[in-house]
Ligand binder design. Structure first.
Ligand code: 9MR
Length: 580
């Protein structure tokens, strides 16, 4: 009892002093803040940030050098940095004026490494060939400078550098970024070094964090806190969790695509490609996904340059998030993709490896990636797009073909089988639905692999279709005959990446035709037992790969939900078909 009373006394005295200080501050016009309003960000989850490791002193950040290699036809071929974002870690809600303080410490063993902390007010949209920047501030130690980079959407980028005092270089550097009205105040070790105009980078009120170091470098993020700067301001923090459909949502989902399929066509998965950033930052996206689909394909997160950015560095976090989400929501997972000629990091394409070295690189990659998801990923696009766009010949440009010739296909399948003997292994390609040279060549390839006892279980028909004034996609009946000969080889088949691009005419009439076309292909898949999945390449036009990267405000029109996540006629026609 005595102790309690004493505690209380202390508490009230503490408050009384704060109260007095408060009155003084209010008189000065700055208001009053309770020290308890300060929030700790390093107490939150940093274990899901690629390259990060939680240690006693803070979070050790390793530089993965993850970058996006632009498409072959881009003018500028310089890789674009794509540092990891802590999507399952702290999310900070802010109102009014606030300060973020961080201690960035270089390690004695590597004092020259650069150290970065990025605070995102709007996350980027990351595809595998391009990245549409959102809004963010990066604080970094580079050489003897503190650098401050402001990113305000695409192509609006500002960089400042301030010399670090000697004291800041020998130990850790305390850096703080305060938003005060419409300016940022930057401080190094409690000295204000700059006031910069803020173009509204944190107007969303929701902040995300990312950290990285120079490639192969490392540093220690020793502290990270946030606090409001006056009484009208607020900061609150929580860890972002993997979204799971609630029990009520489950019940109300009885007519969703996945539920109808589970009831009426239990062998057929209804799948879609999924991206990690919207999955973890757009609640509506995650909810539709869990409600409507029974299978996910990571759209980019498992591609080579995303998941294996350096010879010995892996960035599994985004793929893990998708896999964890799928498992938490009882969905199957189709892995994409292991041996492809695209999405390769420069460390693979830009070096003079011997054939044997390339073979070893692919074997190690497959063992590591398939091994990690063994038992969780049911099937894989082991080989993606082995043929020329519309031709019968194999693409020869990839390092895999260059080192092994056409044998790379059997090699990749065997390595994947070795890493997970239970997984179903596919070759996946586009423009296969038409009978013709490309599908003939795929058929011949599959046949010869099977004859040689290579573990191939299925073929993925991507079905990226166009529907325009002068072009109509292949009819379902034509596709039916064509697919049958693959099934006759004893293979499974899947619709793996369907979208129907209406290009510049998405009139009601066209949306209706799109709906009918989707339905005709789903009906085919429902009808033929060898089809294991009907999968679209994304589900909402908002994040569709049909959006061209230079059209920041544009969206695609080929999927079954519109850019506001509303179901389109195509959605309803699939729903109707599945009711049968
Ligand atoms: O949708 C993907 C896009 O975000 C990437 O930038 C692009 C390159 O990696 O790949 C897109 O997905 C492709 C898939 O991996 C293979 N088939 C064609 C898909 C659509 O272009």
């Amino acid at each position: 009892m005595r102790v309690n009373l004493l505690e209380k006394k202390r508490y009230w005295w503490g408050h009384a002093w704060k109260g007095l200080a408060c009155i003084a501050l209010v008189a000065l016009g700055t208001g009053c803040v309770n020290a308890n309003d300060k929030v700790e960000l390093l107490d939150k989850d940093w274990t899901h940030l690629a390259g990060a490791e939680m240690v006693d002193e803070g979070v050790r950040i390793e530089g993965l050098g993850r970058a996006i290699v632009p498409t072959d036809d881009a003018d500028d071929q310089t890789p674009v940095a794509n540092p990891p974002i802590n999507l399952r870690g702290p999310v900070l809600r802010v109102k009014g004026d606030f300060a973020l303080s961080a201690r960035l410490s270089r390690l004695e063993s590597s004092p020259d490494d650069s150290a970065y902390l990025t605070i995102y007010g709007e996350l980027p949209l990351t595809q595998d060939e391009w990245r549409q920047d959102g809004r963010a501030v990066t604080l970094g130690l580079e050489g003897n400078d503190l650098i401050v980079e402001l990113q305000n959407g695409i192509d609006d980028y500002e960089r400042h550098a301030y010399p670090l005092p000697a004291s800041a270089m020998s130990q850790g550097t305390d850096v703080s970024l305060a938003r005060i009205g419409d300016r940022f105040s930057i401080r190094i070790n409690d000295e204000t070094v700059a006031l910069i105009d803020d173009p509204g980078l944190f107007d969303s009120g929701v902040l995300w964090f990312g950290a990285s170091a120079s490639e192969d470098g490392e540093y220690l993020l020793q502290s990270l806190t946030a606090r409001p700067l006056d009484r009208r301001s607020e900061v609150t923090i929580m860890d972002n969790q993997i979204p799971v459909l609630s029990a009520e949502e489950e019940v109300s989902a009885a007519t969703s695509l996945r539920h109808l399929a589970e009831k009426n066509h239990p062998r057929l998965y209804i799948g879609t490609a999924v991206a990690a950033i919207p999955l973890l930052s757009d609640k509506k996206y995650a909810r539709i996904l869990a409600r409507e689909f029974s299978m996910v394909t990571p759209e980019n997160a498992m591609k080579f340059q995303f998941i294996h950015p350096g010879p010995d560095s892996y960035a599994f976090a985004d793929a893990d998030a998708i896999v964890d989400f799928a498992q938490a929501n009882d969905m199957a997972i189709h892995g994409h993709t292991l041996a492809w000629k695209e999405a390769l990091p420069r460390w693979v394409t830009g070096s003079d490896y011997t054939d044997q070295q390339l073979k070893d690189i692919l074997a190690k990659h497959i063992a590591k990636v398939v091994g990690r998801y063994k038992g969780r990923v049911q099937s894989w696009d082991v080989v993606n797009e082995p043929f020329e766009p519309f031709g019968a010949t194999l693409r020869t440009g990839s390092p895999w073909y260059q080192s092994m010739g056409k044998d790379y296909i059997a090699f990749a399948l065997r390595e994947a089988h070795r890493a997970d003997p239970e997984a179903r292994l596919y070759i996946n390609d586009y423009a296969l639905e038409h009978p013709g040279p490309k599908s003939d060549a795929m058929h011949a390839l599959a046949k010869s692999l099977l004859e040689r006892g290579v573990p191939l279980h299925g073929i993925g028909f991507q079905m990226h279709e166009d529907m325009t004034d002068d072009y109509q996609p292949v009819e379902a009946s034509v596709f039916r005959d064509n697919v049958q000969r693959f099934i006759d080889l004893g293979l499974e088949v899947r619709i793996s990446e369907m979208d129907v691009n209406l290009q510049d005419n998405d009139s009601q009439e066209r949306l209706q035709q799109q709906a009918e076309y989707y339905r005709s292909i789903l009906e085919l898949a429902m009808d033929i037992p060898a089809f294991t999945a009907f999968s679209t390449w994304g589900f909402t036009d908002r994040y569709s790969s049909l959006q061209e990267w230079w059209e920041a405000d544009g969206f695609g029109n080929g999927l079954i939900f519109d850019a506001n996540h509303q179901p389109k006629p195509a959605y309803f026609s699939l729903q109707e078909a599945l009711k049968e």
